[in-house]
Write a protein of this length. Structure first.
Length: 223
């Protein structure tokens, strides 16, 4: 069995002023981390915050939430109480483990044939892991205006959170890439079935491309 280190971004700060419930404060990224360490599906929700070395709050409500900006992390106080001025705040933010990420390509897809139904039904990746991010790569541009379709992934019969809304305006020129993070219902077992579904379709007249689904393996599948 492969052994990997559980990665956390560790942040410590002292509040200059009190932070009311539902109010925010900002902290810099710790050394070795940046916005891209957390975006595109890399962030996990298992983090926690410790106030004055005593009160421990999970990354939830009640607790706290975070937003990853270009240079600063914005933390929202959801504890139900004010955090006092001078309080020491220690935050551990969970980050995806392992360096391997497996791309699964679903291609090619002529957009003119898409209807509001399954585009691909029950393929079997055979990987235990988490779908972090997926993209559509445009190989033939869409030139007819006001065409659209929303695509989502399904694991077995459950929709993965993180859809791709493809429109005429987004799918030009050739080479355009549209992506979305997958943030919930995105865990695969080795036995899982993966499907691709289209909805809210205004039929395309042209255009073509392919989807790439990025899976980060877990457990024995980590490499």
């Amino acid at each position: 069995m492969t052994s990997i280190k559980n990665r956390f971004a560790r942040i410590s700060t002292t509040l200059v002023s009190a932070v009311a419930d539902d109010a925010t404060f900002t902290v810099p990224y710790p050394t070795g981390f940046a916005q891209l360490s957390f975006t595109k599906g890399m962030a996990r929700t298992g983090g926690y915050m410790i106030v004055n070395g005593n009160d421990r709050w999970a990354q939830a409500d009640p607790g706290f939430s975070v937003a990853y900006g270009a240079s600063l992390i914005t933390v929202t106080n959801l504890t139900g109480a004010s955090l006092p001025a001078g309080a020491t705040i220690d935050i551990n933010l969970d980050v995806a483990d392992g360096n391997g990420r497996i791309p699964i390509t679903l291609a090619p897809l002529p957009l003119a044939g898409v209807t509001a139904a399954d585009v691909i039904t029950e393929c079997y990746p055979g990987i235990a892991g988490t779908i972090e991010y997926w993209e559509f790569h445009t190989t033939v541009a869409v030139t007819t205006a006001a065409r659209l379709a929303t695509f989502n992934l399904e694991i077995d019969t459950t929709n993965v959170t993180g859809s791709l809304a493809l429109t005429s305006a987004l799918l030009t020129p050739k080479g355009t890439v549209i992506g979305a993070e997958c943030t919930a219902n995105n865990v695969l077992t080795r036995e899982s079935k993966l499907s691709l579904e289209a909805s809210a379709v205004t039929a395309f007249a042209e255009g073509e491309g392919y989807f790439v689904v990025y899976i980060r393996p877990t457990g024995d599948d980590v490499y």
